[in-house]
Design a protein around this ligand. Sequence first.
Ligand code: BGC
Length: 344
Amino acid sequence: MLFIILTVVVAAGCSASPSKKVEKVNHFKFTADEHKPYVGFLIDTLKDERWYKDKALFEEQVKALGGQVKTLAANGLDDVQIKQAELLIAEGVDVLVVVPHDAVISAKIVDIAHKAGVKVISYDRLIKNAKVDYYISFDNEKVGELQATEILKNVSSGNFAYIGGADSDNNAILFRQGAMKVLKPLIDQGKIKLVFDQYTKDWDPKVAQQNMMNALKQNGNKINAVVAANDGTAGGVIDALTSAGLAGKVPVSGQDSELAAIRRILKGTQTMTIYKSIKELATKSAEMAIQVAKGEKVQTDTTINNGAADIPSVFLTPVVITKNNIRDTVIKDGFLSEADVFKP
Ligand code: BGC
């Protein structure tokens, strides 16, 4: 509990801005400038590398648009995330932008916010079964399709393992759906045998490693390819393959273009990753958040049904990264630096 409180205080302390309105919440004060739109950013976790980029870029963009922003991360705990929503609402946020830990439990955040007249934007991950106001993400089913397609370019038959994300995250369901759309015809033809198929609690690389060790054990090490849902899980899978002397011999997918993953691709132990421009996501979300905060009209492209309503949505395009296009994509875009990637 102490850890949680400290996390909240530290996160809040990072982004306080000068003030007119002073709210006293629990043991610490936050001061908000009532002339500036106030955006609350609730992140599930800062465990995966990408969320640091989301936080930094989103905050930068909100400020550039004349807003003020506070980010709180919930360390993967649903009740903490709900408490953080209450906290920001009590402080007078004009809009909440949420990366939910649990797609269903987070519906409560929407209820609480709406009761207080605060609109909610679902960021990257969809909040389900609540009338969330907007959703912005990537084409997540497409991510799964791209992962499986790239793996098939390397191995197109034999024993396949699917190492998924957290089943509490709607994206993990979509990544799997996309991958299965590509694999299913080959499974039906008997060319591919799906010998292992599991989600990974909280996207934890250690859990993915353990699952992969089980997959290898159950199949006498005869696994020909692995579709892993992101770079964190891919890291766990590759650690398990390394212990079995198989790293580099079994194609493994990933997602997020984390530095460690790009280095594994160069080394030959990971086959591909997905690049999702966090800058584009953060920029578009910040624009959306400021428009919502000001009560302006928000432009969206499509809708997605989340079980409660058709949610106005924007979907950005994911890009496949292999050893052949690292320079032209993640480096060219400034997502990773040449020095970091190619450091000996
Ligand atoms: C995101 C991925 C990320 C994963 C784990 C998903 O919802 O879309 O980019 O790797 O969560 O944090």
